[in-house]
Design a protein around this ligand. Structure first.
Ligand code: SF4
Length: 413
């Protein structure tokens, strides 16, 4: 059985204004301590009661599976010395059977890579880089609290090419405060000009606990009532968020512009040149098991209970408390035994994110009954409303369905 690996590096130089990921700044000594604990976790999962189950599952995974993809995410993995990343991957190879053509991705911030670092990554087997570019407009980068300029995105991509990376993703963000449709199109075109194989184009979501939430959170629906108020350390004022029509236009133009440039949209926010869709993420969306290592990392694994002879699935999430993680605690933040209903709902929700949608035969193979047995009424209703399309053995969102995808997906819960 195939099992994907996710490895979390939670460190960043500075917190971005929109970020609610598990990330924090830390001194080098703490980062090294973290890597040591991480290596230990990869080699030797803990053995307290709840984790005995997980250890058994991971041990089983180590012996019986092959690893088709590894994703080193963050945070900003590129803040670590390259040799430490190589050490992590060496340990993974020593413990797991990694497929020869495995997709091995690392997330990086533009401006935090150099030729030497990239060379060490290549030698360690990394074959895909995902750069958090976000925008090519300097004002937007500043507003987002990014640590790099547009020129540094260009430099980093050029360096990665020189180092031999043939699979590069750029993350971009639309719907930013003050962003016009023209500015977004300009960002997209500058990104395309760099020739990446993959572009992830996300819409900004104002998450609680972020700097943006303080200014846009409570009033996001009213289009940002902080417009006109001063931003700290600057003579500027907080610009308003784009209205819904502008956001919709940005989304539509994203699809059109990227299609013209040879990208195929394969998921709500993801576009790739032929053969470069992210295998790791497709695995998440199609129910491939995965093990998460590191602070706050999540896993999804099959579980066999010998006493009852029952097979099932678990989802877990490591502790999100850095001191506890460094002290070796394996007390999970979450540990859930998933029911059949949970799994079916997840299959629909994640599957509908993809433009190919859910394959009906795959649903039958996985769950042993037709999709209509569980969701017949819901499917018919949304088909009649023109939000779902059912053809050639697949079910997918229509263009209109994508614009209200959250509402549609919620009905499968
Ligand atoms: S670089 Fe990424 S993970 Fe780090 S603070 Fe910014 S958005 Fe968050």
């Amino acid at each position: 059985m195939k099992t994907e690996l996710y490895i979390h590096i939670p460190f960043c130089k500075k917190k971005c204004a929109y970020c609610d990921f598990l990330s924090l700044p830390a001194y080098r000594e703490v980062q090294r301590q973290y890597v040591d604990v991480l290596l230990e976790e990869i080699r030797q999962p803990q053995t307290d009661e709840i984790w005995q189950t997980r250890e058994a599952e991971i041990r089983q995974a180590q012996t019986e599976v092959s690893v088709p993809t590894i994703f080193i995410g963050g945070g900003t993995p590129s803040v670590l010395p390259a040799a430490w990343i190589a050490e992590i991957l060496d340990t993974v190879h020593a413990c797991f059977s990694v497929e020869a053509d495995a997709e091995i991705t690392i997330e990086a911030n533009p401006g935090s890579v150099d030729a030497e670092k990239l060379q060490v990554w290549r030698q360690a087997g990394i074959n895909r880089i995902s750069f958090g570019g976000q925008s090519f407009q300097e004002e937007e980068l500043q507003l987002l609290g990014r640590i790099h300029s547009a020129a540094q995105i260009r430099e980093s991509v050029a360096l990665a090419r020189e180092a031999g990376f043939a699979n590069i993703n750029l993350d971009l963000m639309s719907g930013l405060p003050g962003q016009t449709a023209e500015a977004w199109e300009n960002t997209l075109r500058q990104a395309i000009a760099l020739g990446p194989e993959h572009i992830s184009a996300y819409s900004l979501i104002i998450e609680e606990g972020t700097l943006f939430y303080e200014h846009y959170g409570d009033s996001a629906e009213e289009n940002g009532n902080t417009a006109g108020k001063s931003m700290p350390d600057s003579g500027r004022t907080w610009p308003p968020l784009p209205d819904e029509d502008t956001e919709r236009r940005m989304y539509e133009r994203t699809g059109e512009i990227l299609a013209e440039a040879g990208f195929r949209q394969y998921e709500i926010s993801n576009y790739a040149k032929e053969g470069f869709a992210c295998r790791h993420n497709i695995g998440y969306w199609t129910g491939v098991p995965y093990i998460g290592f590191g602070l706050g990392a999540a896993g999804f694994l099959p579980r066999h209970t010998p006493e009852t002879g029952q097979d099932g699935w678990i989802r877990y999430k490591n502790t999100e408390q850095l001191p506890a993680y460094l002290a070796g605690s394996r007390e999970p933040a979450e540990y859930q035994i998933l029911t059949q209903k949970d799994l079916e709902a997840e299959c629909m929700i994640l599957g509908l994110r993809m433009t190919d949608g859910v394959e009906e035969a795959a649903f039958v193979r996985r769950f042993g009954h037709a999709i209509d047995t569980s969701y017949g009424d819901t499917l018919r209703r949304y088909e009649q409303m023109g939000l779902l399309i059912r053809e050639n053995g697949r079910i997918r969102l229509s263009a209109e369905g994508v614009s209200v995808s959250n509402t549609v997906m919620a009905d499968f819960l």
